[in-house]
Design a protein around this ligand. Sequence first.
Ligand SMILES: [Zn+2]
Length: 517
Amino acid sequence: MLIEKFLLNNSPVAMESNKNFNRRNTLLIIKIEENPLPPNSTMNFEIDWNFIIPKGRNPRMGTYDSTSFLIAYWFPQIAVYDDIDGWDVLYHTGEQEFYNDFSNYEVQIIVPNTFGVWATGILQNSEEILTTEYLNKYKKAWTSDEVINIVKKEEIKSGKIYKSDSKFNTWKYKADYVLDFTFSMSDHYLWDAVSLVVDENTSRRVYLAAVYKEESKDFYEVAEIARKTINYFSKELPGVPFPYPCLTVFNGSGGMEFPMILNDGSAERRSGTVGLTSHEAAHQYLPFYMGINEEKYGWMDEGMATFLPFDFQTKEGEYNPRLRNVRSYERNAGTEMELPVMIPNYQMKGSTQRTAIYVRPGLAYDFLRDALGKELFSKCLHEYIKRWNGKHPIPYDFFFTFNEVSGKDLSWYWKPWFFERGYPDLSIKEADYNNGILEVVIEKVGIIPVTVKLTITCDDSSTIEIYETAMAWEGNQNTYIIKKELDAKPVSITLGSDLIPDSERDNNYYDFSTSTH
Ligand SMILES: [Zn+2]
């Protein structure tokens, strides 16, 4: 990025050979000692800059074919000043994500008149850009429950979509109180859009769009998948009406979230499309609505974006996201490659980071929901979102809100799952069957408190299942005793399931005939 002009309170500042300017990686540190900025006061920056759009299909930003681009992180941002760290002086290394403040944006993007532009925020001047036919379709999509194909395959090259009074069109976008501004453009992408009432009380509608290349196999359905996703988030989990007026899914590469716009590659299978769309869309709540510091606490948003759509992905995507995460967690839990979730992200890399910010916290949220029950969990989550949206919660704000609203001290759960090294491992320590009563002693060998599930096979070939949520470990004890009256004689007991992580499954079986386990 080349800064060409820099005005501070309307005065030019020479950046070279100026003792008040200091560059540290991606940070430009400006000392304002002679011109301080007290609370509730303002300072005016005016900056001219330019940069060259990167070639290549990067998921963060790039060039997806000769005339299709997504452009992100493209302007100088003012660092966050918060009451935890003061100025955020962590620079971007590429390993972590971001920490931005809430801002209002008014952006004008000037492109040749054959290009469409899709961005964060609401398009302010559709009448100036779209010809009557396409303007009508665009407007209809804002109130339609059925997907409108605004630009269809056979129309791409017609030259009739955008107004051509001048060689260039100026697309004006406006977004209020968001963490970033990203835009995409193409002269040959298809454009579908639909809308959805996200709040029955106010009848507020959200506009959802998919813009994609003709060859894409899966994106013809993405507007509808996005609509189902936002319906689930608004009404089921988190059960908070989608907080923004619109969301566009751009068919670029990988899977990446930006306020009100996603960059998603095409998936091979429908399950992949559902998984990617719902994961990236979940990020609109966290980090964006909640202002998460992803440089330090990526688990606060990635873990949530992993967990929130589990039920939706299972039903709509017809796959088992829980199983995938349990397997991934078992591979890494307790190994030297694994670090506790609370270690700040900027200390982590690669797969270590993946387990710590996606997999382990994703499962921790899910088992907590199971333990508290869906209703109480939602009550806690709603209060957390209500208290902290538009601010910058840190982990303790999350823990304390859940403790307070649930009326429980959940330290026994937070500490092992989020703060400590360790792995999940339950075992059958002892089992006895006397006078029709089965007694099983379960030992928590690893530190992670997980659900207890027993499958008992009896000599009359019947099977009985016993299920205790992770609340079995409330209070930190290491053994849990299950007593159960049985009509038939037990033959064997199996502990656990595919959906409960357990790093050592060899101690999960008890055979009464040999009294071994
Ligand atoms: Zn994510």
